[in-house]
Write a protein that binds this ligand. Structure first.
Ligand SMILES: Nc1nc2c(c(=O)[nH]1)N(C=O)[C@@H](CNc1ccc(C(=O)N[C@@H](CCC(=O)O)C(=O)O)cc1)CN2
Ligand SMILES: Nc1ncnc2c1ncn2[C@@H]1O[C@H](COP(=O)(O)OP(=O)(O)OP(=O)(O)O)[C@@H](O)[C@H]1O
Length: 189
């Protein structure tokens, strides 16, 4: 299946998840991640601020922040590349392009991602054989992941059923090292 149709299929499956399922999924993803030593030890974490039926991150971001980590969230640029700014509590966010909440703090630039010790990314699907992820189609995270060093854990958050064999891979696609579903953490490479 091509990327456009795969995106459509996965988005409509997400749309059928109930608020209760979304909450339960978020709790399991958050608890499993927070048990990992490499999550607990990360002082600077890049995450995303979820919206709609995406795997929810608000509780995770809050927990990391309370735990003392610095959490950077993306700020979408006009060229679809991602700038980064620090989360500083629920009042530190405001709607950006497409209405996604973004931190209002000073922007640290696109290269700030190079200093993250842990990178948590959104995805609609991940190929369990290759780690290639399917995103929204802006190529934003392909650029982000190309700046992340090989020893930094990169984790895509998914719902169950979103580990999909045969995600179409193009030369610019950058794989992730882990996929996190409510059923558990999968190491990919
Ligand atoms: N929660 C979250 N934050 C994120 C991302 C994400 O996937 N999820 N991004 C991941 O890169 C970046 C934002 N990229 C986005 C790209 C497109 C749309 C969007 O709503 N697009 C419309 C169609 C736009 C158009 O007409 O071109 C849509 O999908 O309906 C939103 C965010 C950074 N922040
Ligand atoms: N490094 C890059 N610089 C500029 N454009 C890029 C880069 N990488 C990918 N793109 C462009 O982004 C577009 C979308 O790519 P693709 O469909 O693979 O997105 P995606 O991986 O689903 O989305 P995302 O990375 O935002 O989650 C492609 O047209 C591609 O040319």
């Amino acid at each position: 299946m091509d990327k456009v149709n795969l995106r459509r299929r996965l988005a409509s499956a997400r749309a059928s998840l109930s608020p209760e399922q979304l909450r339960a999924n978020a709790t399991r993803v958050r608890e499993t991640l927070l048990e990992q030593p490499w999550v607990q030890m990360a002082g600077l974490v890049a995450c995303y601020w979820s919206e709609g039926h995406e795997p929810a991150t608000h509780g995770l971001v809050l927990a990391l922040w309370k735990h003392g980590a610095t959490v950077m969230l993306p700020v979408l640029r006009d060229d679809n590349d991602l700038d980064w700014a620090v989360y500083d509590g629920p009042d530190s966010l405001a709607p950006g392009r497409f209405g996604i909440m973004e931190p209002v703090d000073t922007r640290r630039g696109v290269d700030a991602i190079r200093t993250a010790a842990l990178v948590i990314v959104p995805a609609l699907a991940v190929d369990p054989a290759t780690g290639v992820r399917l995103g929204r189609g802006g190529g934003s995270y392909d650029r982000v992941l190309s700046r992340v060093g090989p020893n930094v854990p990169t984790v895509a958050l998914l719902h169950d059923g979103e580990l999909v064999e045969g995600v179409p891979a193009e030369p610019h696609d950058r794989p992730v090292r882990f996929a996190m579903t409510p059923s558990g953490l999968t190491s990919l490479m």
